[in-house]
Design a protein around this ligand. Structure first.
Ligand code: BDR
Ligand code: CA
Length: 314
């Protein structure tokens, strides 16, 4: 079977890192590059973290850093969730590569232009780089096969009552991407808050015993501390759902909707407004994921970490 060419764009981040652990373990994916955006932390920190995660999982592809700021908005970071480093918790190896000289959008454009097939983008952070790609290289739009993204929520937000973090950080970028006409699958809060990994699941992951499994379990320990205080029974591994949508859509319930991004508004900037009742009469532009087989998702994560070998304790 032919592998699917993908670029991973994100702001690691614990759940971005786990999403990449999952993607790297999937034999059907051909990861062409990793690109970083500012979001959970500054660009400098998310790029450093990306290098550390790539070294951990042995992902030997080019890394490109993106824009230092959202297109128009002031940056927002999330140290309360991911710590001062953006990826606090277990010690990680130092990056084994430097980012390439080109900025992410230009680098993505080059890969997309040169690759024989249309490329899939998996976005697990604000959509700044992908919007820059569309603004600077509009002729390459048809060479993007599909965008799988974590962001938004039809029902609610998490950073404001209306807006989810990734969309709120750069609503103008999200608006460009959502209205681009490129096939989009959205892993929003509707599903990702159901993609819960419980403390007993952390132990299944840890018990796999290899280094990636141990670090993933410790990322989950860290990520859960924040969510536990808010009353979550487990860690919502948001970003891994975007990868799941590509590799195991059978685990998900999806609904095609017309979705627009609110870029103005006193209370709703960054909200993803889904036309659930077909009121606008407009054709759906987004496949929204609404639910997940949680147990099968956890099994998939366990299988993914097992890909990195048997541990000393196994
Ligand atoms: C999203 O925000 C970030 O903190 C996570 O990495 C995820 O991409 C969830 O709202
Ligand atoms: Ca993220």
């Amino acid at each position: 079977m032919k592998k699917i060419p993908v670029i991973l764009d994100g702001d690691p981040g614990h759940d971005d890192a786990i999403a990449w652990v999952l993607a790297r373990a999937m034999p059907g994916l051909d990861i062409l590059a990793v690109t970083t955006c500012c979001g959970n932390q500054t660009l400098e920190k998310t790029t450093y973290n990306a290098g550390r995660v790539m070294a951990l999982i042995g992902l030997d592809v080019p890394l490109a850093a993106g824009r230092e700021r959202p297109l128009l908005a002031e940056p927002i970071i999330a140290p309360s969730v991911h710590g001062v480093s953006g990826l606090d918790g277990p010690a990680l190896p130092e990056p084994d590569r430097q980012p390439v000289a080109e900025e992410a959008a230009a680098f993505m454009a080059r890969i997309i232009r040169e690759h024989e097939e249309a490329v899939v983008l998996i976005s697990t952070g604000p959509l700044t780089n992908i919007a820059a790609l569309l603004l600077l290289y509009p002729h390459l739009k048809n060479r993007v096969r599909h965008i799988y993204l974590m962001g938004g929520g039809i029902g609610h937000g998490n950073w404001t009552p209306a807006a989810e973090f990734n969309i709120l950080v750069d609503p103008e970028a999200a608006d460009l991407v959502f209205s681009s006409g490129i096939p989009l699958t959205m892993a929003g809060l509707d599903v990702t808050e159901r993609a819960l990994v419980f403390p007993e699941d952390f132990e299944r992951i840890r018990a796999v015993g290899n280094e990636v499994a141990r670090v993933t379990a410790e990322w989950l320990d860290y990520f859960y501390q924040f969510h536990q205080k808010l009353g979550y029974p487990g860690a919502p591994v948001h970003d891994a759902v975007a990868v799941t949508a590509l590799v195991r859509p059978d685990l998900l319930v999806m609904r095609d909707l017309f979705v627009e991004v609110e870029t103005r508004g006193d209370y709703c900037r960054g909200a993803t407004i889904g036309d659930s009742y077909g009121i606008t009469g407009k054709k759906p532009n987004v496949r929204c994921i609404m639910d997940i087989d949680r147990q099968a998702f956890v099994d998939l994560l366990v299988k993914a970490v097992s890909h990195y070998g048997k541990g000393a304790g196994a």
